[in-house]
Design a protein around this ligand. Sequence first.
Ligand code: C5P
Length: 285
Amino acid sequence: MIATPASIRIPAYAKINLSLRILGRRDDGFHALETRMVPIDVSDEVEIARLRGGESSLTCSDESLPLDDSNLAMKALRAFEKRTGVSGAWGIHLEKMIPSGAGLGGGSSDAAAVLRGLNDLTGCRLPLETLAELGAAIGSDVPFFLHGRACDATGRGEIVSPVEFPHQLTLVLIKPPFGVSTPWAYQRWAASRPLAEVSYEAQVCPWGEMVNDLERPVFEKHLLLPAIKMWLLAQDETQAALMSGSGSTVFAIVREGAQADALAARAQAWCGPTCWVRVARTMHR
Ligand code: C5P
């Protein structure tokens, strides 16, 4: 028998959506979409340890997050246990660096890390397709995070195909102090209207067209977000700017050779200390 380690620590990377087009509402209440997601070098750290006894438990550096079975990391543990029949108690710790309600996929990425971590720790060796099937039942983005590379996604976002993505993009991410509820954003999509003087059109870039159909409903309610997007678009360093997922993060892609740090510093000064501002890079392989 191969000995398996007692604990594991893995990074759970965030993502941005370089495009997100909604094709329509489906009979099951989800929305059919076409999206391109790319991992970025902002990450949580997920630690999983085999406990000697007692109950499985979750701890988290962010006290505002639930620690019960409603947390996607716990959902991942339960799904893995149900599928494999493995028993035992596990201690899961989430060291959060990815903001929540940000459209950066933090919760889904943590869930994917738990599935991968348990698969390694238990020696179960479920194939990627099986993990992705478990992941899809937890959240539409989880299969993407299991692939861990740039993907195009269809269906409700759970049908993923890896794509070649040779570009190394530098980004400035801005997340205001509020989050956006994903179900709410999708629900508002059909009845939403564009705001005057806000640019929603597809931005043609070497890596494809950048557009996000969720900007329309989210911008209508959270007026700071279109203001951030238009401010970013007006900066010399910015090649393109978009909201990620259902928000509330808005990001700029920084022109090659331009100073991302300078843009980030000005952005922080412009939107104030309550906004989370980061320079990040897309990850590729
Ligand atoms: O799959 P996920 O848990 O991320 O979805 C959260 C909610 O967002 C869903 O319950 C649904 O209301 C909405 N959603 C949607 N269409 C999608 C993805 C999510 O309507 N493609």
